[in-house]
Design a protein around this ligand. Structure first.
Ligand SMILES: [Ca+2]
Length: 270
C-alpha cells in the first residue's frame, strides 16, 4: 500500500521518507544488501584467488637450490691453477689402500683447479686419496722457514649413483668429505730423519649435487717454535693432503693454495 509517510526499513535500519510501498522499500534494501553481500563475497574470493596465484607464483618462482659455485681466491699469492701448472703435485701410492689415479687441471664452472681422477681400482672401504704438494718448488727453499699456515680449498665429486641418503634413495653425490694431512719437518729424530707432523683434520660434505662446494682446509705449524716446521735446507718440503672415509666413488679437487707467514701475510709463489 502506498504511503506518503516515512517508513523505517528493518534492513538498513534507516527511516525512509520516500513515498513508496513499504514492501518496495524493504525489497529495494534487500536488493541493495544482496548486491553488497555478493560484491564483498566476490572481492573476497577474487582476493583469495589472487593470493592463491601469488602463493603459487611464489612457490614456482622460489629458485631451486643451485649447485655450489667454486671459490675465486682474491689473494695475489694464491695458487689458482690458472696457468695449468701442477708440476709440484703428485699422487702418492705408498700402501694397498692408497687410491690410484691421475692428476690434471680441469675447469669447473669456469674455474681451473687440480683434479685427482681416481681410477676406482682400489676398493672404497678404507681407501685414502693422497696428493703430495712440493712447497719448495712453489715457494723456493729460502721462504720455507717462514711458512706457518697453509690454506686451500678442497672439493669432491661423485662418479656413481651409489650414495644412499636417509630416505633410502640412491644419489650421485659425494657425501661426507673428510680430509687432513701432514708433512716431514726440519726437526730430526735420533736417526737423523725428519719427524712427521700431522695437521688438523677437516670435514665437509655434499648431499644434493654431483660436485661439492669448497671445503676449506687450514694446515697450521703449531709447534714451529720447537722446530716442527720447514727449513731452508729442505728441498723435499712436501705436504700431504689425504681424503678418507668416502661414501661413494669420488674424485678429489684442490684449488687456491696459499702459504702464510707468522704475521698472517701470504707468501709469494715463485
Ligand atoms: Ca682456480
Amino acid at each position: 500500500m502506498p504511503s506518503d509517510e516515512g517508513v523505517f526499513c528493518k534492513y538498513c535500519l534507516t527511516f525512509k521518507a520516500v513515498p513508496f510501498v513499504k514492501g518496495d522499500i524493504n525489497l529495494n534494501c534487500t536488493k541493495f544488501f544482496a548486491l553488497v553481500f555478493f560484491t564483498v563475497i566476490s572481492v573476497f574470493f577474487a582476493s583469495c584467488s589472487k593470493d592463491g596465484i601469488e602463493l603459487s607464483e611464489t612457490a614456482d618462482s622460489t629458485p631451486d637450490k643451485l649447485p655450489p659455485v667454486p671459490v675465486e681466491c682474491s689473494d695475489p699469492n694464491a695458487l689458482t691453477f690458472d696457468d695449468d701448472d701442477f708440476s709440484f703435485a703428485k699422487v702418492i701410492n705408498d700402501d694397498r689402500e692408497s687410491a690410484e689415479g691421475e692428476l690434471s687441471v680441469v675447469e669447473v664452472q669456469g674455474n681451473k683447479m687440480l683434479k685427482f681422477s681416481d681410477d676406482m681400482t682400489v676398493p672404497l672401504k678404507g681407501k685414502v686419496q693422497k696428493i703430495s704438494i712440493n712447497s719448495a718448488k712453489i715457494l723456493g727453499t729460502e721462504r720455507l722457514p717462514d711458512v706457518r699456515r697453509i690454506e686451500f680449498d678442497l672439493y669432491a665429486d661423485a662418479t656413481a649413483p651409489d650414495y644412499v641418503n636417509q630416505d633410502g634413495n640412491s644419489m650421485q653425490v659425494p657425501g661426507t668429505i673428510n680430509f687432513g694431512g701432514g708433512t716431514v719437518v726440519a726437526l730430526t729424530d735420533s736417526k737423523g730423519k725428519g719427524k712427521w707432523y700431522d695437521f688438523a683434520e677437516h670435514e665437509g660434505g655434499e648431499y644434493d649435487f654431483e660436485m661439492s662446494g669448497a671445503v676449506h682446509g687450514v694446515f697450521k705449524f703449531l709447534l714451529a717454535e720447537s722446530g716442527m716446521c720447514w727449513s731452508e735446507d729442505m728441498d723435499d718440503a712436501n705436504f700431504l693432503i689425504m681424503r678418507w672415509g668416502s661414501e661413494n666413488e669420488s674424485n678429489l679437487y684442490i684449488d687456491n693454495i696459499v702459504f702464510y707467514d707468522a704475521d698472517g701475510n701470504s707468501i709469494p709463489v715463485r
